[in-house]
Design a protein. Structure first.
Length: 208
């Protein structure tokens, strides 16, 4: 398999999944400022993109996490397929993708939502309020001591780790409420040996 990944992006969750799976894969780094290579593979020009051994191309984090987990059921990366617990987990992953992930866009990339600088400043200001609300709700959803699920590590944590890192970026961290549970999840994921080896050093913006 080949994973196309941009460091610092949401594709880190898919990289964590592959690292924890023990499956063989090749990592190809995509420059955030040059999407030509990935556009040839994924017409949307986005990461993560996973090319399977058969040549089939998978995109979108939730699909990739689910696929990887099902390839190695003995590793218990997600609850068993067709179980109520799996459905609940997929619901949570979908929430991360559709609500939490999107809430960062007005703050980190207001240029994608407005053209002039004043409009971008307005988008970002409103976005900070929305992001603060969303992360506060996410914080209340985390029920494990250092994991999203009470049963311990799952690929929900891999995706949550991404948002823990994003929320500690200098342009965000002092504008939103503290989220200690989310950051406990992020630290726990990064401390896992397979993850640490795959991700290498990630920026530490301080505890929040």
């Amino acid at each position: 398999m080949i994973l196309y990944h941009t460091p610092g992006s949401c594709s880190a969750a898919s990289l964590v999944a592959l690292a924890e799976s023990g499956l063989d894969y090749e990592l190809r780094i995509v420059d955030a400022n040059d999407r030509a290579e990935i556009a040839d593979v994924n017409g949307w020009g986005r990461v993560p993109t996973l090319v399977l051994e058969s040549g089939v191309i998978l995109t979108e984090t939730v699909a990739i996490l689910s696929y990887v987990a099902d390839r190695v059921p003995g590793r218990h990366l997600l609850p068993p397929p067709a179980s109520v617990e799996r459905a609940q987990t997929l619901s949570f992953l979908a929430l991360l993708a559709s609500t939490v992930h999107i809430a960062f866009r007005p703050v980190l990339r207001p240029d994608r939502l407005a053209t002039n600088l004043q409009a971008q400043a307005d988008v970002r200001s409103t976005g900070v309020l929305m992001l603060d609300s969303v992360l506060g709700r996410l914080e209340r959803e985390i029920v494990g001591e250092a994991s999203v699920l009470p049963t311990g590590f799952s690929l929900c944590d891999a995706y949550a780790m991404v948002f823990a890192q994003w929320s500690r970026r200098p342009q965000i961290r002092n504008l939103i409420q503290a989220t200690p549970r989310l950051h406990a999840v992020g630290r726990a994921v990064q401390a896992r040996p397979a993850v640490a080896a795959a991700l290498g050093a990630m920026p530490d913006y301080g505890d929040r």
